[in-house]
Design a protein around this ligand. Structure first.
Ligand code: FRU
Length: 540
C-alpha cells in the first residue's frame, strides 16, 4: 500500500496535494455551494497563499476550479489571506479579503474586495479585483501587521453595511467595526464592536445572529427581539477558537456577551480539539447556518512534505442556539448521511460491566460514522471532583484520567482506530464526577495511544458537557472516523472534539472499533448504529 496515502481522508475535504488552511468565503449562489480556502499551490508547507476554489451542489461531492484570487496587484502581491463573502441585493456576491501589500514595510495587511467577472456563471470561475482597492488600510492607529480577516458584512435598517476586521493592540484582542453606504467607502466606527485584554490577536472573527425560536439559521443581517448574536474569534496564541453568546446593541454598534459567556481562554469553544479559523455562512436553500473549520496536521512538517499534503476541512456542521440560550449546538450536515454504506447495529441492548470491551463488527472501522447512546442506573459511584482541578483545564484532567484509569461512572465510550491487539487506539469517552451539588461530565478524545509512530503531537483533548445526567441517566456520542481524523459530537452536539491521529497498524481493514467501559458502574449501550462511509464520487 502507498504509505503516502494511508492517512489521507476518505470523505473529509482535501485537495489532491499541498498545504491548506482556513476555509474562506463559503456561500450559496444559484444552486451551488462555494468553498474557497487558503492554499499553497507550490508545496505542503504554509506560503504563497491563494484562494483555492471548489464547488458543489450537495456539500459532499466537490469539483475543483482554478484559484479564484491570487497575488497579482500591489495590494495583494505577497498573499491573498482570509476573508468572507457577502451577497449584495440583487444576488451579487462580493468577497472581502486581506491582501499582503508590496512593501516596504513588510507584512502590511489591507482589506480588498473582489467581484465575479460573470454573474451568469453559477460556478463564479473568474474574479475581478477592481482598481479602487484596497478598501480599508490601517491609517487610524491600527496595527498594520495585525489587521486582517474581514467578516461577512451585514446591512442595517438605515441601509448601512457593517463588517469586522480582526486585530490587536499590544495584547488586547480587537474586532474593529467598519461602516459603508456603498460597500466601497468604509469608515471605522469610533469603538470596536468588542475587544478583550490579554487575548492577543483576534484572527478570523465571525459575527452572526442565532434564533431564539428553533433550529433555523438566519441571514447575517437579521436583528431583533427573537435573536441573540454570536462572536467567534480564533486566538493565535493558543490556536484555539472561542465564542460568546450575547446581545448586539445595534444603535451603538457594540456587542455585549451574556453573563453566561466569558471572553478568552475560559470561554466556550466550537470544538475542544483541532479546529481553527472557522467560518459560518447562511444557506438560504435549507434555512440553516453552516460552520466550516480547518484541522491542521499533528504530524511533523518533514512528514507533511514527505506525504505531499497538509490540512483538511472538517465536515460542515449545522449550528443553532441550544434551548438553554447559553451555548451553540452543532451537528454534521444531513447530506453526510448519503455516504453511509453497510451498517452494523447492536440488535439488543448491550451491558458493559467494568473492564468490558465489545467490538463493533461488519464495517470499515477506519472510515465510519458511529452513533451510540449509553445509559446507566445511578450516579452514586461517580468519582469526586478534586477541587484543585478547578484551576485545571479539561485537557489536563483528561491527561490525568485517561481511558485506562478505572473510574466510577465512566470512563465509557468508543475506542476508535484500534489495532487488533490494542497497540494503537484513540478513545473517545465520558467520565462523570461528583462536584458540589452537581455532576461534571468530561468528554475526552485522547491521542496518547493513537500511534506507534514517533514525533507526533498527541494531545488529550477534552471539554465539559453541560448536561443534567442525574435526570437523563443517558448520553449520546457520534464519531466520524476517517483514517487520520476522529471528529466527535457529544450529547447531540453540545460538546465537539476533533483530533488528527496517524495509526500505523490500525489502518484500512486492520482498524477496529469497540465500545468500552472502565468504570465500576455498569453501562448499557441503549443503541448503536455504525456505518461504513463511502468516498464521495468527486472531491479533488
Ligand atoms: C488563520 C490565519 C489568518 C490569515 C491566514 C493566512 O489561520 O493566520 O489570520 O488570514 O491564516 O493564511
Amino acid at each position: 500500500e502507498n504509505v503516502k496515502q494511508v492517512h489521507r481522508t476518505g470523505y473529509h475535504f482535501q485537495p489532491k496535494q499541498n498545504w491548506i488552511n482556513d476555509p474562506n468565503g463559503p456561500m450559496y449562489y444559484k444552486g451551488v455551494y462555494h468553498l474557497f480556502y487558503q492554499y499553497n499551490p507550490k508545496g505542503a508547507v504554509w506560503g504563497n497563499i491563494v484562494w483555492a476554489h471548489s464547488v458543489s451542489t450537495d456539500l459532499i461531492n466537490w469539483t475543483p476550479l482554478e484559484p479564484a484570487i491570487f497575488p497579482s496587484k500591489p495590494f495583494d502581491k505577497y498573499g491573498c489571506w482570509s476573508g468572507s463573502a457577502t451577497i449584495l441585493p440583487g444576488n451579487k456576491p462580493v468577497i472581502l479579503y486581506t491582501g499582503i501589500v508590496e512593501g516596504p514595510p513588510k507584512n502590511v495587511q489591507v482589506q480588498n474586495y473582489a467581484i465575479p467577472a460573470n454573474l451568469s456563471d453559477p460556478y463564479l470561475r473568474k474574479w475581478i479585483k477592481p482598481d479602487n482597492n484596497p478598501l480599508v488600510v490601517a491609517n487610524n492607529g491600527e496595527n498594520a501587521t495585525a489587521f486582517r480577516d474581514p467578516t461577512t458584512a451585514w446591512l442595517d435598517k438605515s441601509g448601512h453595511w457593517k463588517m469586522l476586521v480582526g486585530s490587536k493592540r499590544n495584547r488586547r484582542g480587537i474586532a474593529y467595526l467598519y461602516r459603508s453606504k456603498d460597500f466601497i467607502k468604509w469608515t471605522k466606527a469610533k469603538h470596536p464592536i468588542h475587544s478583550q485584554a490579554n487575548t492577543g490577536m483576534w484572527e478570523c472573527p465571525d459575527f452572526f445572529p442565532v434564533s431564539l425560536k428553533g433550529l433555523n439559521g438566519l441571514d447575517t443581517s437579521v436583528t431583533g427581539e427573537s435573536v441573540k448574536h454570536v462572536l467567534k474569534v480564533s486566538l493565535d496564541l493558543t490556536r484555539y477558537e472561542y465564542y460568546t453568546v450575547g446581545t448586539y446593541l445595534t444603535d451603538k454598534d457594540r456587542y455585549v456577551p451574556d453573563n453566561t459567556s466569558v471572553d478568552g481562554w475560559a470561554g466556550l469553544r466550537y470544538d475542544y480539539g483541532n479546529f481553527y479559523a472557522s467560518k459560518t455562512f447562511f444557506d438560504p436553500s435549507k434555512n440553516r447556518r453552516i460552520l466550516w473549520g480547518w484541522a491542521n496536521e499533528s504530524d511533523s512538517t518533514a512528514h507533511d512534505v514527505a506525504k505531499g499534503w497538509a490540512g483538511i476541512q472538517l465536515i460542515p456542521r449545522t449550528l443553532w442556539l441550544d434551548t438553554s440560550g447559553k451555548q451553540l449546538m452543532q451537528w454534521p450536515i444531513e447530506e453526510l448521511e448519503t455516504l453511509r454504506g453497510s451498517k452494523a447495529k447492536f440488535s439488543t441492548k448491550q451491558e458493559l460491566a467494568k473492564g468490558q470491551l465489545v467490538e463493533v463488527k461488519g464495517i470499515t472501522a477506519a472510515q465510519a460514522d458511529v452513533e451510540v447512546t449509553f445509559s446507566f442506573k445511578s450516579l452514586a459511584k461517580a468519582e469526586p471532583f478534586d477541587p484543585k482541578w478547578l484551576e485545571y483545564d479539561a485537557e489536563k484532567i483528561c491527561s490525568l484520567k485517561g481511558s485506562t484509569v478505572q473510574g466510577g461512572v465512566g470512563p465509557f465510550g468508543l475506542l476508535t482506530l484500534a489495532s487488533e491487539k490494542l497497540e494503537e487506539y484513540t478513545p473517545v469517552f465520558f467520565r462523570v464526577f461528583k462536584a458540589q451539588n452537581t455532576h461534571k461530565v468530561l468528554m475526552c478524545s485522547d491521542a496518547t495511544r493513537s500511534s506507534l509512530k514517533e514525533g507526533l503531537y498527541r494531545p488529550s483533548f477534552a471539554g465539559f458537557v453541560d448536561v443534567d445526567l442525574a435526570t437523563d441517566k443517558k448520553i449520546s456520542l457520534r464519531s466520524l472516523i476517517d483514517n487520520s481524523v476522529v471528529e466527535s459530537f457529544g450529547a447531540k452536539g453540545k460538546t465537539c472534539i476533533s483530533s488528527r491521529v496517524y495509526p500505523t497498524l490500525a489502518v484500512y481493514e486492520n482498524a477496529h472499533l469497540y465500545v468500552f467501559n472502565n468504570g465500576s458502574e455498569t453501562i448499557t449501550v441503549e443503541n448503536l448504529d455504525a456505518w461504513s462511509m463511502k468516498k464521495p464520487l468527486r472531491m479533488n
